[in-house]
Design a protein around this ligand. Structure first.
Ligand SMILES: [Zn+2]
Length: 219
């Protein structure tokens, strides 16, 4: 069974900036467990696909005790107006996910579906490589919704940022997803383990307290 690598090393630090649209998918939650996710659709995958993926990623994170507000932001320096450019600010609960339409030239991995950059001081940038998601969906012998796979890649990379580490664990945090994980994605049963969920919440609280540090996802 062919497997697909989830993460690669840092390539560069992209700077992103269209009309920003914020949506709180699932309603209020404890403030200390809230994050804001700026999503930059550089493909573009389109609003419908993006919104579906955000709802699914939101479900995955919320099951782990982390509530997200999703903000669709423009790509800066795109040659268009600066409408929708999202300021990064200094909120430790802010994360930025760029969805790229290329294959990340220069990436250390040819099969990674995305990469996170926890080693940067802000530790809040991650990238999804959308063509590779489409490649997997088309190569699969069984149905796999590209929007669902996109959601899981986003959740996986956000977890790396929260953990402050590119280390891997079980389930969502596996370095390589196999058919078992893809099937559990399809039936919506693939979630962060209870240990991973606990650590995600703790990591966020530590981060908000200015004590961000490397953590390793438990099985
Ligand atoms: Zn990874």
């Amino acid at each position: 069974m062919k497997q697909f690598l989830l993460c690669a090393l840092l390539v560069s630090a992209p700077v992103w900036s269209r009309t920003a649209v914020a949506h709180d998918v699932s309603g209020p939650a404890a403030s200390q467990n809230r994050i804001t996710v700026h999503v930059i659709d550089m493909v573009p995958v389109g609003k419908s696909t993006l919104r579906y993926a955000e709802v699914q990623a939101d479900r995955i994170l919320r099951k782990a005790g982390v509530a997200a507000e999703w903000v669709d932001c423009a790509e800066p320096h795109s040659g268009r107006s600066n409408d929708g450019v999202c300021p990064e600010g200094s909120d430790p609960g802010l994360f930025i996910v760029g969805i790229r339409g290329d294959n990340a030239p220069g990436s250390s991995s040819k099969s990674a579906l995305g990469f996170a950059m926890p080693q940067f001081p802000s530790s809040n940038h991650a990238v999804v490589l959308y063509p590779r998601i489409i490649q997997i969906v088309r190569a699969n012998a069984y149905p796999l919704d590209e929007r669902v796979l996109l959601a899981y890649v986003i959740a996986h990379e956000l977890a790396h940022l929260l953990f402050g580490s590119v280390a891997h664990g079980e389930g969502i945090m596996r370095a390589n997803w196999s058919r078992q994980e893809f099937e559990r994605m399809t039936d919506r049963t693939l979630l962060f383990t209870s240990g991973q969920a606990h650590l995600l919440q703790r990591a966020l609280q530590e981060r908000r307290a200015g004590r961000g540090r490397r953590m390793f996802p438990p099985s």
